[in-house]
Structure formats: C-alpha cells, structure tokens
Write a protein that binds this ligand. Structure first.
Ligand code: DLZ
Length: 151
C-alpha cells in the first residue's frame, strides 16, 4: 500500500479462490495493473482466475457473477481517463458504485483497482510499471485478500 497512513499488508491467501476482473481500455496501463496484481497474488500463494471485460462499466457485473459463483475475493482492475465529455463521470460512478454494491450485497470483498485519472501519465505513474511511483494493481489484490482473511 502507498500513501500517507497506508498499512503494510502481509497476506497468505493459501486456499482462497480469487477472481481478477479486468477491463481492456488503455492497454499499457492495464498490463501494468494486471502484472502488479499477479505479483501480489503469487506472493500471497494465490493462483487467480482472470476474467476480461470490455470496459470499466462492465466490471460490476463480472464481479457480481464471480462473487455469486464461489469466489472468496474479487480484484477489479480498470483505467478511466478523463476526456472532453461527461462520459468519464458516468463510467467512474457506475464502476465505483457498482463494485461497492457487489461487495456489500454479497459479503465478498472487492479490491478496488480502478484508476480514475485526468491523463494517461497519471495512470502510468500508478500502474506498477518500471518507473511508476505506485502499484495499484498489487494494492487492490492485497486489500482483497487481506479483507477475505479478516472476515
Ligand atoms: C466508452 C468508454 C470511454 C469513453 N472511456 C473509457 C475509459 O477510459 N476506460 C474504460 O474502462 N472504459 C471506457 N469506456 C467504455 C465503457 O466502460 C463501456 O465499456 C462502454 O460504455 C460499453 O458499455
């Protein structure tokens, strides 16, 4: 985890069924988020199932199906970059509210690895790529597993 006050999570998720749901917009950033989540899950002794959906708007339904199909934790990864229209706000709102609803209504933790940024550089800085300051894919994976272990 990164940022002021962020905890250090050491998680052993041996035996947990974890599903990574991942959008496909902004390939370079998504590759970083997916690799970061994979690194964190491998360190937690988890072999995830990965489900790809077109965009971040589709993440909640994929997370809901995973949660209702026996997953112990879901990791949601996406990138939404602000454009010139209000579409950004609608996609961000739908993804955030939808994923929250899935977690609360099913009791299955959802790690939130959806970047919502003003431009691509801000997303790259958080994508866990070489040179990135932060690794939000890994953080979302660690949070999902840590929460599943805590419940
Ligand atoms: C339409 C759209 C736009 C403009 N931008 C993004 C984005 O930055 N990131 C993302 O994950 N998805 C985007 N989408 C696609 C929507 O999430 C969704 O896939 C489409 O509206 C089809 O339902």
């Amino acid at each position: 985890m990164s940022g002021a006050g962020a905890p250090t999570l050491e998680v052993d998720g041996t035996g947990l069924r974890v599903v990574v749901v991942a959008a496909q917009w902004h390939t370079r950033v998504m590759d970083g988020l997916l690799a970061g989540a994979a690194r964190a899950l491998e360190a937690a002794h988890v072999e995830p199932t990965v489900v790809r959906v077109p965009g971040s708007f589709e993440l909640p339904v994929a997370a809901a199906v995973a949660a209702r199909s026996g997953a112990d934790a879901v990791v949601a990864l996406g990138v939404v970059i602000r454009g010139g229209t209000p579409h950004f706000d609608y996609v961000c709102q739908a993804a955030t509210a939808g994923l929250t609803d899935v977690a609360v209504s099913t009791g299955v933790p959802v790690g939130f690895g959806v970047l919502t940024t003003d431009d691509e550089q801000q997303a790259l800085d958080r994508a866990g790529l070489p040179g990135s300051a932060e690794d939000k894919g890994a953080e979302a994976a660690e949070a999902a597993v840590a929460t599943a272990l805590a419940l």
